[in-house]
Design a protein around this ligand. Sequence first.
Ligand SMILES: Nc1ncnc2c1ncn2[C@@H]1O[C@H](COP(=O)(O)OP(=O)(O)OP(=O)(O)O)[C@@H](O)[C@H]1O
Ligand SMILES: [Mg+2]
Length: 304
Amino acid sequence: MTEPLRTVGLDLPLVKEGKVREVYALGDDLLLVATDRLSAFDVVLDEPIPHKGIVLTQLSLWWFERTSDIVANHVITADPEAIIERHPPLAESRSRWEGRSILCRKTDPFPIECVVRGYITGSAWKEYRVSGTLAGEPLPRGLVEAQRLEPPIFSPATKATEGHDENITFERVRATVGVAVANTLRDMSIALYQRAHDIAAEGGVILADTKYEFGVGSEGEILLIDEVLTPDSSRFWLTDQYEPGHSQQSFDKQPVRDYLDLMVAKGEWDRMPPPPTMPPEVVDNTSKRYLKAYELITGEPLLQ
Ligand SMILES: Nc1ncnc2c1ncn2[C@@H]1O[C@H](COP(=O)(O)OP(=O)(O)OP(=O)(O)O)[C@@H](O)[C@H]1O
Ligand SMILES: [Mg+2]
C-alpha cells in the first residue's frame, strides 16, 4: 500500500500545481500526478484521503481505454517501468508516484470546460430556477431538481484561473474556438457522456454530469486530456438512492460535506480556509467511498 500523500513533490520541473494534482514536465511530455488531497466547498483539506490519488488515476485510465474509439486521448503510459525508462532518477521516488501518475502528451488545451449534464443539479439547477434556461437555452417548464435531462445537454464553462468557472453559452464557445471546433467538442463530449452513462448504469451508478477538457496535439489533432469521469470531475449518484425533487447526496465526498456543514452549524467554521481538522472516521469513510466508486464502476476492487 502506498502512503497517503498531500504533496508528492517530485524532482522534476513543476509546470502547475492545482488543488489536487501536480503537473510536471518530462522532456516534451507531461507527468500528471494525482495527490490524495480533497477539495470540498472550495477548500482543500489538511488530511490526505488514503488511495484517492490512485482511484482518480486508475479510473481515468479505465475510461480512457473505453472511450478511445470516440476520441483519441493524451495517455502515453502509466506503466512505472516505462516511466522510469524515460527518466531513470524517478526510480528512487517510485513508491510516491506509482499508480497515481500518467505520462501524457502535452497539448495546447482549449480554454473551455466541456460539461455535459444528464440530470439538472448544481449550478445548472440554479440557472434554471432563476431563468428557466441552461447554458442560456430555454428548457421545458416544470423540471424538478435532479430530474433527468433527455437528451443530455452540453453546458460549457470557462476555465477560470482564479475562483469559480463561469457557465457560458454555446455561442460563446463558437466565438472562442470557431464553429467547426465548437461543434466537434460538443458532439464528442455528448458521445462520451452517453457511453459513460450507460457503462456506469451497469454498476448501479448514475453519471449525473461530468466535465471534459480537450487539447490540440503536436499534429494538430484534438485529444481528450486531463482526468476523465472521476469523482472529482463528475457527479456520481447511487441508482438505488436516486430520488428526484431535491439535491442528491454526493456518493464520494458526502462524509466531508456533512462534517463541514456540522462545523458551520456549530459556529466552529466560517467557510474560509483553513478548514477544520477532519476526524479519522470521516477520512476513513471518504477513502472507502472513493474505492467503492472505483469498484462499482469498473466491477473490480482496486486493492486486491
Ligand atoms: N495533455 C495535457 N496537455 C496540457 N495540459 C494538460 C493536459 N492534461 C491536463 N492538462 C492541464 O493540467 C492541469 C491539471 O491540473 P489540475 O486539474 O490539478 O488543475 P486545475 O484544473 O487548473 O485546477 P483545479 O483542479 O485546482 O481547479 C489542468 O490545467 C489541465 O488543463
Ligand atoms: Mg482540474
